[in-house]
Design a protein around this ligand. Structure first.
Ligand code: ADP
Length: 265
């Protein structure tokens, strides 16, 4: 287990494993400082593998969103680099654009268009796959079939033609996941995807994300507030405190000392 107290003096470095064939994405000494503010993410080395669900835990302000946003380059590293297995070091607009096209985001507020049907919302996941001119034409039958398959995978085929604003919060989040799937991503990132859901809906959403990861091999990296869900759904937990990785291990190793390092209790 790699763990250190969340202090600023000499934190134990958390080393990524060797660059195994399964490594899909790496952070090489990535740090983030916003404007003139303090460092939101200290230099961090992490590697993410296929077939693994990784949960980011940490108190508010610990750097979970910053880490997630760095992984799709929505936040640019102040130092270090993000390296993809397929694209190499992610620098330059073309590579970053391609990496984003392959990376699906699932948000807390799902960001669906309420007056559109579930199917239409899922189809918006396809738009980023085409150049501008192509998006001016109706999507093909093939695309619609793909969107229906994605809705089926999240158990919502019967809601395909329902307006999204008539679906429950949990169903809307599953439409958000179907939209992410329609992007045929190599990586799925989710920022507190169950923060506003009841327990039954949360479990359904987390089960779907885990199933997708296991069936497709697509790494899923998500931030959560609920420890119990992290223990149940994660293969790996990364604990952050004050912008530093202070825990990186399997859920079984998340003991009182680890929790104290993460939450300072
Ligand atoms: P978490 O997701 O764990 O709540 P964040 O990554 O959102 O943490 O924030 C980490 C730190 O960076 C916090 O101190 C936060 O105030 C700061 N921060 C986050 N986003 C910005 C921003 N756009 N500009 C300036 N500071 C930011």
């Amino acid at each position: 287990m790699h763990m250190s107290a969340p202090q600023h003096d000499a934190p134990a470095p958390v080393e990524p494993g060797p660059s195994a064939a399964g490594t899909m994405l790496r952070l090489d000494d990535v740090s983030v400082t916003y404007g003139r503010g303090g460092q939101a993410l200290a230099p961090t080395r992490l590697a993410f593998e296929d077939h693994a669900v990784t949960v980011l835990l940490g108190p508010s302000g610990a750097g979970k969103s910053t880490l997630l946003r760095t992984l799709n380059l929505l936040v640019k590293p102040t130092t270090g680099q993000v390296v993809s297995r397929d694209l190499g070091a992610l620098a330059g607009i073309e590579k970053i654009r391609e990496h984003r096209r392959r990376t699906a985001m699932v948000f807390q507020q799902h960001q669906l268009i309420g007056r559109l049907t579930a199917l239409s919302n899922v189809l918006t996941g396809r738009l980023g796959q085409h150049n501008f001119w192509r998006t001016l034409f109706p999507l093909s039958l093939e695309e619609r079939e793909l969107a229906m398959t994605c809705l089926d995978r999240v158990g919502l085929i019967d809601k395909a033609l329902s307006r999204c604003d008539q679906l429950s919060g949990g169903q809307q989040q599953r439409v958000g996941i179907a939209r992410a799937l329609a992007q045929q991503p190599s990586l799925i990132l989710a920022d507190e995807p169950v923060a506003s859901l009841d327990p039954a809906s949360s479990e359904r959403v987390l089960t779907k994300l885990r199933d997708i990861c296991k069936e497709d091999g697509t790494p899923v990296i998500l931030s959560l507030h609920q420890l119990e869900y992290a223990r149940r759904f994660a293969d790996r937990i990364i604990g952050l405190a004050q912008g530093r990785v202070v825990f990186d291990d399997v859920p079984d190793r998340l003991d009182a000392a680890a929790l104290s390092a993460i939450y300072g209790t």
